[in-house]
Design a protein around this ligand. Structure first.
Ligand code: UT7
Length: 320
């Protein structure tokens, strides 16, 4: 039997309308545009409307991705929602999205791997497609982090935002799409980045706790390490990477990774400036932005790398 591969046939995204700039935040907490931009690369972030939840953001991003992939809702047989801000404790946000979009032929579930959620989701979808039982999968990363942000804590409130990004994957017998991946976890770090509140619909706030410097150091070390691992695993070298899409948590982490990996600036996608850290949504959002602005083309070799709370981290190397 010939091997089955999973290729991305469409991407989509959604950002809430409300923009909160660094200038706006400097009126609420003791911060400045200069500090936020130079330390993180962020200029503005989006905040979901009252009554707009992770399932709504997911549904919008998925609809956009299905349209771009020219796939109907009835063809989707698998939906994975990656989120740390589910609408409710249960049922899964994926079930709420299923109802909203009428995905009647899909099996749906959530995964929780923080900022690595989309990368984890791709690997799970790939394994399920490779089993031969699923043909058309959607993976969405979606967050309403504004609901669990402490808007009085300048060390965290300037970093996060709301949004969603999605990708449609299809089974193919051609050797393309996902070529290799690696995902890892280390529970020894549970206490340096965590949230005690939520879910999104209960409007509990003030719950994100982060030891920024420790997280920064881990990200700078682990992201290049796992990136090298997946590119080598697929039989390629770093010079073969056409497009690098790292998690968008801090532009200084991205720049350190570029230096370590010897990837030139023109090959990286940096979208953090206009949306901040949206955890699981960052990579699919950046993927969609790069597709739309022409930075990413069909056939390009793409490296996706994320790291987040847990700690979880992972990389996917694919032919687009
Ligand atoms: O998505 C999951 C992964 N998350 C990440 O990867 C985030 C990783 N961490 C980071 O990106 C960075 O550590 C931060 C952006 C969170 C912080 O940057 P930093 O360069 O590590 O700054 P710091 O925490 O060492 O703070 C430096 C100074 C401190 O003042 P003192 O002690 O030097 O007087 C802070 O109190 O900056 C102060 N500070 C601020 N000043 C103005 C902290 N936050 C702010 C702020 N505005 N918003």
């Amino acid at each position: 039997m010939s091997e089955i591969y999973s290729e991305i046939i469409g991407t989509g995204s959604y950002l809430p309308e409300k923009i909160v700039t660094n200038e706006d935040l400097s009126k609420v907490v003791d911060t400045s545009d200069e500090w936020i931009f130079t330390r993180t690369g962020i200029k503005e972030r989006r905040v979901a409307d009252d009554g707009e939840y992770t399932s709504d953001l997911s549904a919008r991003a998925i609809s956009d991705a299905l349209k771009n992939a020219n796939v109907s809702v009835d063809d989707v047989d698998l939906l994975i929602v990656a989120t740390i801000t589910p609408d409710l404790v249960f049922p899964a946000t994926a079930c709420i999205v299923q109802k909203k979009l009428g995905l009647k032929n899909a099996v749906v579930f959530d995964i929780q791997a923080a900022c690595s959620g989309f990368v984890y989701g791709l690997t799970v979808a790939d394994a399920m497609i490779k089993s031969g039982q699923y043909k058309t999968a959607v993976v969405v990363g979606a967050e309403t982090l504004s609901r669990i942000t402490d808007w009085t804590d300048r060390t965290t409130c300037v970093l996060f935002g709301d949004g969603a990004g999605a990708a449609v994957l299809r089974a193919t017998s051609k050797k393309t799409g996902i070529l290799s991946y690696s995902i890892k976890s280390d529970g020894n770090y549970v206490d340096i980045l965590k949230a005690t509140g939520g879910p999104s619909m209960t409007k509990t706030s003030g719950n994100i706790y982060m030891e920024g410097k420790e997280v920064f150091k881990l990200a700078v070390a682990r992201m290049p390490e796992i990136s090298k691992e997946v590119v080598a695993k697929a039989g390629y070298t770093m010079a073969d990477v056409d497009c690098f899409i790292p998690h968008q948590a801090n532009v200084r982490i991205i720049d350190a990774a570029l230096k370590n990996l010897d990837i030139p600036e023109e090959k990286v996608v940096k979208s953090i400036q206009s949306h901040g850290n949206i955890s699981s949504a960052c990579i699919p959002l950046a993927l969609n932005i790069a597709t739309k602005n022409g930075q990413l083309k069909k056939g390009d070799k793409v490296l996706l790398t994320a790291m987040g709370a847990g700690f979880t981290w992972g990389s996917v190397f694919l032919e687009f």
